[in-house]
Write a protein that binds this ligand. Structure first.
Ligand SMILES: [Zn+2]
Ligand SMILES: [Zn+2]
Ligand SMILES: [Zn+2]
Length: 259
């Protein structure tokens, strides 16, 4: 399984439009952050987690040639508003793309994008051709065991995903409920929200994320959904060992364990 961090930026992206701060004017490519999303490649299939506002740019930059399925974490704009870019993959693949999310998220996506999921007959050629299926408990897809895990992220029902019980992607969260933590102990890789050093109402700060890491003890942690308050080199230097900031284009290879 190969994971690419397509985007590790918070909802505004970094640089923030019009911002004169040092990070927004930085020439370090690791300070250029598109909206949060990952791509998982396994057995020749490509699974996208969220359709970020920057999906088109990410697909061009990282040469994404197909999208075989999409998982959604929640309905905030930065995670879903690139959905129309899936149209291009419909053309390439000549068929519908299956999308999956826990029922409450699936229902909200169906409502938010009714022009996609209930298109008028004369619109059919102009909108993405998608199906959306609720995940009950877990999902087996392309040989992956995928478990959605509920997290606390303000008022919006939000989930992270656990893959093969070894790797978790927990973007956008302020707190992990005990039931979710139960699944997240001793992972190989934890990809976790950490917006900035200062606390935030709906996102973990760097210190809150580090407390989680100390409790859950993953072998390797990558922080994501990063704001323009974090200069890559300076902030990364301050992190404990085995915890690092993500960057757009970061690749994580998970080797099959010998059975
Ligand atoms: Zn977000
Ligand atoms: Zn800035
Ligand atoms: Zn969010």
């Amino acid at each position: 399984m190969k994971i690419t961090i397509l985007g590790c930026g918070t909802s505004t992206g970094v640089p923030v439009i019009g911002c004169p701060c040092g990070v927004c004017r930085s020439s370090d490519p690791k300070n250029y952050r598109t909206r949060a999303s990952i791509l998982i490649e396994t057995v020749g299939k490509t699974l996208l987690v969220d359709t970020s506002t920057d999906l088109r740019v990410q697909a061009l930059k990282f040469g994404i040639k197909r999208v075989d399925a999409v998982l959604y974490t929640h309905t905030h704009a930065d995670h879903v508003h690139g959905v129309d870019e899936l149209r291009t993959f419909n053309y390439i693949q000549d068929g519908p793309i299956p999308c999956f999310a826990p029922e409450v998220v699936a229902e909200a996506i169906r409502n938010k994008f009714d022009y996609i999921f209930a298109p008028r007959p004369n619109m059919k050629n102009w909108v993405p051709n998608l199906t959306i299926t609720p995940i009950i408990d877990n999902l087996e897809l392309f040989g992956l065991d995928i478990i959605p895990l509920s997290v606390i992220h303000g008022d919006v029902p939000t989930y992270g995903y656990l893959f093969n019980r070894r790797v978790a992607y927990i973007t956008d969260c302020k707190e992990l409920p005990a039931e979710t933590k139960r699944w997240l102990r001793d992972l190989d890789v934890l990809i976790l929200d950490a917006l900035r050093f200062a606390p935030h109402r709906n996102h973990m700060s760097i210190d809150e994320a580090i407390l989680c890491v100390e409790e859950l003890k993953p072998k390797h942690t990558i922080l994501t959904h990063l704001g323009h308050q974090l200069d890559y080199a300076q902030a990364n230097f301050r992190l404990p060992s085995k915890v690092e900031l993500g960057y757009d284009g970061m690749i994580i290879e998970i080797l099959e364990k010998n059975k």
